[in-house]
Design a protein around this ligand. Structure first.
Ligand SMILES: Nc1ncnc2c1ncn2[C@@H]1O[C@H](COP(=O)(O)OP(=O)(O)OP(=O)(O)O)[C@@H](O)[C@H]1O
Ligand SMILES: [Mg+2]
Length: 158
């Protein structure tokens, strides 16, 4: 399946797109987010969490804590690889086991630790196109990723 491009013209739209992802998420899905500082990775993640039923306002940027769990319809781990310096910092989280147990993983700056992550289902590249303009390219890697992109595309078009 080729990449699918979405555009957002506001924080609210980015969160809405995230909510559609959260609505459609299957257990054990691994989402890899990449994009420059301020591209909107955390805001998209807040939408994903909202779609899973995490109360709004509880999802913060995990830059300093690296890994934060949220519990809703599914358990979600929000990781930020920006400050990670050694593989041990990632290994301590036991990500493979969590994902096999059905935990959803959302990783900011994922390309920095791609080799340390469980198999990625979908890559999302965020690009700033203007003050509030953002382009989000969804690249499904697995069958589950393709399914997710299909469901999000349909819901986004409605
Ligand atoms: N359409 C948009 N979608 C998302 N954020 C937007 C948008 N327009 C403007 N913004 C602003 O861009 C910034 C995005 O911040 P956010 O923390 O989500 O980025 P990030 O990619 O997680 O950055 P970092 O790499 O520092 O973690 C916020 O200040 C937000 O208000
Ligand atoms: Mg962030």
């Amino acid at each position: 399946m080729p990449p699918t491009k979405f555009t957002s013209s506001s924080v609210e739209q980015t969160r809405s797109l995230g909510r559609l992802i959260g609505d459609a998420l299957a257990p054990g899905t691994v989402i890899a987010l990449d994009g420059t500082l301020g591209a909107g990775k955390t805001h998209l993640t807040q939408g994903i969490a909202a779609g899973l039923g995490v109360p709004s306002g509880s999802v913060v940027s995990p830059t300093f804590t690296i890994c934060i769990p949220y519990e809703a319809r599914l358990l979600m781990l929000h990781l930020d690889a920006y400050r990670i310096k050694s593989p041990e910092e990632v290994d301590q989280f036991g990500l493979d086991e969590s994902v096999s147990d059905g935990v959803v993983l959302v990783v900011e700056w994922a390309s920095r630790i791609e080799k340390l992550l469980p198999p990625i289902d979908i890559k999302i590249q965020l690009t700033q196109t203007g003050e509030e303009g953002r382009e989000l390219v969804f690249e499904p890697i697995s069958a589950a990723g393709s399914e997710l992109v299909d469901r999000v595309s349909q819901a986004w078009a409605d």
